[in-house]
Design a protein around this ligand. Structure first.
Ligand code: C5P
Length: 221
């Protein structure tokens, strides 16, 4: 239902992949479509929140009533997220690239004719969720996602502690979830694991936003 459960709240959401440039024409990316994050942003706006959606490169329309900030790289996403604080809740749905090249080449890389592997050095990107987990302006409710292909609950449980998040929404991406319209999720909290039915991403979004509204209401005013 379209209530006003999040009226007066600021909800910060990341969505989509990031692109990490290798040279002027190539980049490192992943298969994230941004659909789940955009659906959550839409649901939060419908629930009356002020919504900041920091989006990586995706081909999706901006949901009604959502403030969208487009970024390309993980470092740009980190900057945009910090600039959007404070927020009552942050839901980090983006599939942020774990690595970038140490320095993007200024010119298109060329084969040198030797048949040797190209010299690509990867360095770790900032972890946006973990940074928020220990931030001076940490949102009261911090939600991460975990795309796993095996040992779902176990990996997600470990992520909860490591990232300093309140909830981890774990989804099994061994099938065709990335780019698809449905999602099968488990919500991992300090209280345990809640497994939801296989649902359309819009329904997962509506249910998650209902849970966020409930949690924020029980924490303050
Ligand atoms: O460690 P892993 O990438 O599996 O963690 C996924 C969660 O962490 C997601 O919520 C994702 O948005 C967030 N994340 C992030 N910054 C990164 C890597 C992941 O915010 N560099």
């Amino acid at each position: 239902a379209n209530g006003s459960g999040l009226k007066g709240r600021h909800i910060l959401i990341t969505a989509g992949p990031t692109h990490e440039p290798i040279d002027p024409v190539r980049y490192i990316a992943n298969r994230s479509s941004g659909k789940q994050g955009f659906a959550i942003a839409a649901a939060a706006a419908r629930a009356g929140a002020r919504v900041t959606l920091v989006a990586g490169p995706v081909h999706l329309p901006t949901p009604p009533g959502v403030d969208r900030v487009d970024v390309e790289t993980a470092r740009q996403m980190m900057t945009a997220v910090e600039a959007a604080l404070p927020a009552d809740a942050a839901i980090m749905v983006a599939a942020v690239a774990d690595w970038r090249t140490d320095a993007a080449a200024g010119q298109k890389l060329k084969k040198d004719g030797s048949g040797k592997p190209a010299p690509l050095t990867l360095v770790e990107n900032p972890d946006i969720l973990a940074t928020l987990g220990r931030h001076a302006q940490r949102p009261a409710l911090l939600v991460g996602f975990a795309a796993e292909t095996e040992k779902l609950a176990e990996h997600a449980q470990a992520k909860l502690a490591r990232k300093g998040a309140d909830w981890i929404v774990a989804n099994d991406v061994s099938g065709d979830v990335m780019g698809g319209d449905d999602n099968s999720v488990h919500i991992i909290t300090a209280q345990g694991v809640e497994s939801w039915d296989h649902l359309p991403k819009d329904a997962v979004a509506a249910r998650l936003i209902e849970k966020v509204a409930h949690a924020l209401a029980s924490r303050s005013d």
